[in-house]
Design a protein around this ligand. Structure first.
Ligand SMILES: *Cc1c(COP(=O)(O)O)cnc(C)c1O
Length: 225
């Protein structure tokens, strides 16, 4: 997609979010669009920044590190979200780079992040990823173990958890997964709900998403890995 295409895509997604908020009686200011710029080069991100978008998501620490420090010198109010699987040995760089981490899903990572948060004196907001479809190949805590994991994050690692994130199985209707995530978040009084991507952010907004992660509907399709 051309650069103008990405700005056009951004406007269409913003309009769809406005419509969904209105349809479902949601306060528009309670919904944040995370523009997922993974695989797209700086030149294709710049026009989206120039159009006013400030919240972006990336999946890979190394890629984010190559792209964002320079962009942030020009757009200081950017908020960067880590939405991809995170290795514990990347915790240092992740805490340095990201304002929000959506993919906390195991004790070893909680421990590594806690250490870096103390060492760096930086406090990225943390979301626990929930594997609502219990898919073995996917990251995330299975629903039955979320309560214990949240408790361990708080009491054992001293981490404050801001919310939950999920990626429903590709072959399932997403709404039951979004509803389940919402139920678990309410049970724990967690405010942030990261759910919904290009194909299903409308349903996610209906079911309470506070953060929708939208890539291809803005930037166009990505090359298949
Ligand atoms: C890539 C990705 C997205 C964006 O997906 P689109 O279908 O392009 O909107 C959202 N969330 C996660 C976790 C991703 O990896």
């Amino acid at each position: 997609m051309s650069e103008n295409g990405a700005v056009e895509g951004l406007k269409q997604v913003q309009e769809s979010i406005r419509r969904a908020a209105s349809d479902y009686g949601r306060d528009l200011s309670s919904i944040t669009l995370v523009a997922v710029s993974k695989t797209f080069p700086v030149e294709e991100i710049e026009p989206v920044l120039a159009a006013g978008q400030r919240v972006f998501g990336e999946n890979y620490v190394q890629e984010a590190k190559a792209k964002w420090p320079a962009l942030r010198e020009r757009f200081a109010d950017v908020e960067l979200h880590m939405i991809g699987p995170l290795q514990s040995n990347k915790a240092r760089e992740a805490v340095e780079l990201f304002d929000v981490i959506h993919t906390l899903d195991r004790p070893s990572l909680a421990e590594a992040l806690a250490k870096e948060i103390v060492r760096q004196g930086k406090r990225p907001r943390l979301l626990v990823q929930v594997n609502t479809g219990e898919e073995p190949q996917k990251g995330g805590v299975i629903p039955a173990e979320v309560d214990a994991f949240l408790e361990a994050c708080r009491s054992k690692y001293g981490l404050e958890i801001a919310g939950l994130m999920c990626i429903p199985p590709a072959e399932d209707p997403p709404s039951p997964h979004f509803a389940l995530l919402n139920t678990i978040a309410r049970r724990h009084g967690l405010a942030m709900l990261s759910m919904g991507m290009s194909a299903d952010f409308d349903a996610a907004i209906q079911l309470g998403a506070t953060h929708v992660r939208v890539g291809s509907a803005i930037f166009g399709s990505r090359p298949k890995a």
